[in-house]
Structures are given as C-alpha cells and as structure tokens.
Design a protein around this ligand. Structure first.
Ligand code: UDP
Length: 326
C-alpha cells in the first residue's frame, strides 16, 4: 500500500514506519521535527517536513508515483501529560486541530484508510482492571481528552464518509526496534529515565509514591513492546472496514510495578540504579492494565515480547547505541 505516516520521525511512528517499509509498503513520513528526529526516518521511506495542518492536503493530493494514497497512519501528536495540564492550548491545537485538518485532507483526496495512535489516557481512572474498550472514557488531563476528541471525530468521519478507521489505544509503550527507540528532549517515562541512571546520565530515579494500594506500594502499568505495537498497526491496516471505526486496546495484559521495572533494569544493566521515594505524581492512577482481548479477536493480534527483561533489554541496547554516537 501507499501509506502516509504522520509523526514518523518520532518514537512509535519511526518503529512503525520501519516495519511498514520492511513489509514492502511505500511509505512517506510527514513530520515537523518538533520532537522527532530526521535520522529516525527509516531508509526507504520518503520524507516530507512540515506542519501537518498546512501540508497534509498537498502531500495527499500529490500522491505517490501518479497514484493516490491507500491509507494514513497518524502518530503526530503532543504527548506529555504534565505539559497538557499546564498548556492545554498546545494540545487542542496541536492534536485536535491538526487531526481535523488531516481528516479533511483525507476526505478531499479520497484516502480510504486511517490507523490512529490513541491512548489509555482516554479512559482516565479505571473502575475495573483489566480495562476493556467499553469502559467509561473520562480522561483526567487535556492530553487524554484531546485524543478522545479525535477518536470521536474519526468515528463520525468513518460513518459519514466511509473511511475504514481503527484507533489503537496504547498502554505503556516501551522497548526499541534496533536503532529506532525513545529519544525525547524532555524524558518523563519510567524505563528511559531508569536507563539514564544506568548510563550515568542521572544520579537516581524518583519513585512517585510507595503507598499505593498495590502489592508493593508502587504503581502498576502494562508495558507493551513497541515491535508488538507496530505489528498491531499492520494488522489494523488489513482489517479496517469501510464505514467502520474499530477501537482496540494494546497492552501485554500483565502489570508490572515501578519496583519490578527497577529490578528488571538492574538485572539487565548490572547497575545498582539508586531509587528515591518521592511524592505521588498528580493524575497517576494506581493500576493501569489493558484487556487486549478485542484486538486479539478482531485483528488476530497477540503480543510476542511480553517479558519485561526482553523489553528493557531492547531499550538498553538502544540507549547504549545512542551513547556510542556521542
Ligand atoms: N514513574 C516514577 N518515576 C519516574 C517516572 C515514572 O515512579 O521518574 C512512575 C509513574 O508514576 C507511573 C509509572 O512510573 O506509575 C509509569 O510512568 P510513565 O511516565 O512511564 O508512564 P504513564 O503510566 O504515566 O503513561
């Protein structure tokens, strides 16, 4: 297929773009490089640099080799929860306004398929775990709210305009795919922060609360390998049906506490990784674990790399590779 990958210079976008190129698709990455990296665009993909809202129409209108695009995978977004609370305007414009422009461009140019990068943050504080897709959506921050708004817009476009759409709600994405991995200027995620300690770039890691109602008192999350996530996107492209909007959670279905992640990182890196207990972080639910049964049933998706040591090991190899470049 001829595919446009927005945000394909970012973490999940670059890994998916690499998988798509490897699978033989014709890939164009569109990215403004605000948080992504030019060298994360995989070899074999075309690259269009610019603001999504401004150039999506031109890129889709131009097509590839005289033919129109068969689909869009939409990763481009702002994704920092704390920033979204402090500066919501960035999320309503950067996520919602741009996505609406993309949907309009797709409609104008008759692009039939869309796979959207949604999030567990659309659910907010869960009433039940594991979280299923029919759980109430009550996001607790503008980041989750902006992604939920886009999910609603996609659903209505799918029904009204016949687009075949799938939203994939990621839980905690982790790991790396060779030289493609997590490289944020401002790092807030647990595993990369812990690995920065192991790499000598930080003194210690703060554990945000050790008095949560969980077995060891630290928060439990569902870490899903970025390669498994990419596999789900390829399956979603194949299973998307015109006029329908499928929504699927993507997690490994297993929960690991912050302490368990720390232990796995110590075992993988051989570094003691000092940890300091810190106050709870605003907006953190105690436990977030996905039910991915719907993705298994509808897409045939089964995560392959659910072992925490494997996930951390791939992220650590990526961290060491980055260090070898500086
Ligand atoms: N966390 C932590 N210290 C850090 C970063 C994260 O204790 O420096 C905890 C955080 O409170 C949460 C878990 O690790 O319980 C995963 O956080 P992350 O930011 O990686 O993902 P989130 O679950 O917020 O999407």
């Amino acid at each position: 297929m001829r595919l446009l990958v927005t945000g394909g210079a970012g973490y999940v976008g670059s890994v998916c773009a690499a998988h798509l190129v490897d699978a033989g698709h014709t890939v164009t990455v569109l990215d403004d490089l605000s948080t992504g990296h030019r060298d994360a665009v995989p070899d074999g993909a075309r690259f269009a640099e610019g603001d999504l809202a401004q150039i999506a129409g031109d890129v889709l209108g131009e097509g590839v080799d005289g033919a129109g695009y068969d689909g869009v995978l939409h990763f481009a977004a702002r994704s920092l929860v704390g920033e979204s609370v402090a500066r919501p305007e960035l999320y309503w414009s950067g996520n919602v306004v741009t996505s609406l422009a993309l949907l309009e461009a797709m409609r104008a140019h008759g692009v039939p398929r869309l796979v959207f990068s949604s999030t567990a943050a659309t659910y907010g504080e869960p009433e039940q775990v594991p979280i299923r897709e029919d759980a109430p959506t009550r996001p607790t921050n503008p980041y989750g709210a902006s992604k939920l708004a886009i999910d609603h817009a996609i659903g209505s476009y799918a029904r009204a305009h016949g687009i075949a759409a799938v939203s994939l709600r990621y839980f905690n994405v982790a790991g790396a795919h060779g030289r493609f991995g997590e490289r944020h200027a401002v790092e807030t995620h647990l595993i990369p922060i812990v690995l920065q300690v192991a790499a000598g770039q930080r003194e210690s890691v703060s554990v945000y609360g050790d008095d949560w109602p969980t077995p060891d008192g630290t928060c439990v999350r569902d870490y899903v390998h970025v390669d498994d996530l990419a596999a789900a996107h390829l399956l979603a492209l194949d299973h998307a049906r015109p006029g329908e909007h499928g929504i699927y959670n993507l997690g490994s279905g297993a929960g690991f506490s912050v302490r368990e992640v720390l232990e796995a990182c110590r075992a993988v890196t051989g570094h003691p990784i000092p940890a300091v207990t810190a106050p709870r972080r605003d907006g953190d639910p105690a436990v977030l674990v996905a039910s991915s049964e719907a993705a298994t049933a509808a897409l045939g998706w089964r995560p392959q790399h659910t072992d925490l040591a494997r996930i951390v090991g791939d992220a650590w190899r990526f961290t060491q590779h980055r260090l070898s470049l500086v």
